[in-house]
Write a protein that binds this ligand. Structure first.
Ligand code: 5GP
Ligand code: ZN
Length: 114
């Protein structure tokens, strides 16, 4: 499968890694939208998007991703806050069809979501 995030997980495309465990990888976004912009992925291509979510199959990996996000946020000292974004599908502007969550921080993003 031709998937940029699978290639990053495999080490075939270099990335600035921020966090890694057996199941989860986090790396700096190549086109940052905030001073801190980190992408969290499951290492395995378990879902193209949340649209494929099945609790029985995927609850564990989602929980692990959010544990990684919280851990990284603590380690980076993001005490002023941060935002998590998941783009699911065309209208959300999803460009990479490998489930991922964006962690954005380092600036006051205000109260508006869009
Ligand atoms: P999406 O729009 O699908 O939610 O987000 C995909 C994100 O992946 C974008 O923010 C884009 O900048 C990032 N991205 C795409 N290709 C690469 C890459 O090769 N390396 C890194 N570090 N980020 C990438
Ligand atoms: Zn993939």
């Amino acid at each position: 499968m031709d998937c940029v995030f699978c290639s990053i997980a495999a080490g075939d495309i270099p990335s600035a890694k921020v966090y890694e465990d057996e199941h989860v990888l986090a790396f700096k976004d190549i086109n940052p939208q905030a001073p801190v912009h980190i992408v969290f992925i499951p290492k395995k291509h378990v879902m193209s998007s949340l649209d494929d979510y099945d609790y029985a199959l995927h609850a564990d990996v989602i929980a692990r991703i959010f544990a990684a996000i919280a851990s990284v946020a603590r380690d980076l000292g993001l005490t002023s806050g941060y935002r998590i974004i998941n783009n699911c599908g065309k209208d959300a502007g999803q460009t990479v069809r490998h489930l991922h969550f964006h962690l954005l921080a380092g600036a006051d993003m205000g109260e508006k979501l869009l």
